[in-house]
Design a protein around this ligand. Structure first.
Ligand SMILES: Nc1ncnc2c1ncn2[C@@H]1O[C@H](COP(=O)(O)OP(=O)(O)O)[C@@H](O)[C@H]1O
Ligand SMILES: [Mg+2]
Length: 272
């Protein structure tokens, strides 16, 4: 790996994983889910973790989020070693987990309530974040009244309302139909451009990783580990002008597929 691939600049990364491993106990035996992962994310960067199902993407993200503890290695965020969860790490999952008895605005306010932010300020922050994800005017709608794509946007607004240092997204658009998925990819790029939030985004969709990222951490399976970090030089902004049939786009896709040439078909369940 070259220095350029490890890190885009010389300044300290916002997030750093050093030698992170995870061993689970499966049916009485040790199972190595993650082996010695070194990974860094710069402030303001959009980094994708790409790999087939079971390679440890979610485990990596959950370790960063502090939801599970690594067996070895360390996670450093903004210069401090991390232990446990916190509002400075915003999570968005495939299942958006909104509370159905609350309206859109009240769902975005949840984290702020837990931090005892006064009501008026809460409302104002929640409204601002709904506007960031393009949902102005939906504040008083019920969760069941809005589309699945909109629900996922509410989940993003809720995570942003806490002003996280990093947004952690675990296959957030996988449950959506193809068209909505594409709309959401454009939406998240707009949110990222508008807010400057650092994003670590997990996916097993090769095109999604290429469309969104500054860098792609390509993972391997059995055991889960980092295979290669690719710098994505495709020009930005991408949402208006980039076609997935572009030559550069295809070259990047071919490079990624070649990295998986040693995998058996049943292991290669990437969306290509
Ligand atoms: N809590 C757990 N206990 C035991 N094994 C787990 C646990 N969580 C994940 N694993 C295993 O670790 C491996 C990586 O899982 P995961 O990170 O969910 O993969 P993915 O890349 O699909 O997100 C899988 O083999 C999975 O079965
Ligand atoms: Mg997963």
């Amino acid at each position: 790996m070259t220095v350029d691939e490890m890190s885009m600049s010389n300044k300290e990364p916002l997030l750093e994983l050093k030698g992170v491993s995870k061993v689970f106990n499966k049916e009485g035996k040790d199972f190595l889910a993650l082996e010695n992962v070194d990974l860094s994310v710069e402030e303001g960067e959009f980094v994708c973790i790409l790999g087939p199902t079971g390679c440890g993407k979610s485990v990596t993200l959950q370790i960063v989020a502090g939801l599970i503890e690594q067996t070895a290695g360390s996670v450093i965020l903004d210069g401090k070693e991390e232990h446990g969860p916190g509002p400075h790490k915003g999570m968005v999952f495939q299942e958006y987990a909104l509370l159905p008895w609350r309206n859109v605005l009240e769902n975005v306010e949840i984290g702020l309530e837990l931090k005892h932010v006064p009501r008026r300020e809460r409302r104002s922050i929640a409204k601002e974040q709904l506007a960031t994800v393009g949902l102005e005017g939906t504040e008083h709608q019920q969760v069941h009244e809005i589309s699945v794509g909109m629900r996922q946007r509410v989940a993003i607004a809720r995570a942003l309302a806490n002003k996280p240092k990093i947004l952690l997204m675990d296959e957030p658009f996988e449950a959506l139909d193809a068209l909505t998925k594409e709309e959401m990819q454009i939406q998240i790029l707009k949110v990222w451009e508008k807010t400057g939030t650092t994003i670590l985004f997990v996916t097993h969709d090769v095109d999604e990783a290429i469309f969104l990222s500054d860098r792609i951490c390509v993972m391997d399976i059995n055991p889960g580990r980092l295979k290669k970090v690719l710098v994505n030089h495709l020009p930005r902004p991408r949402h208006d002008c980039m076609s997935r049939t572009d030559k550069e786009f295809n070259e990047m896709r071919d490079e990624i597929i070649a990295l998986y040439s040693s995998l058996k078909d049943e292991e290669l369940d990437l969306i290509i």
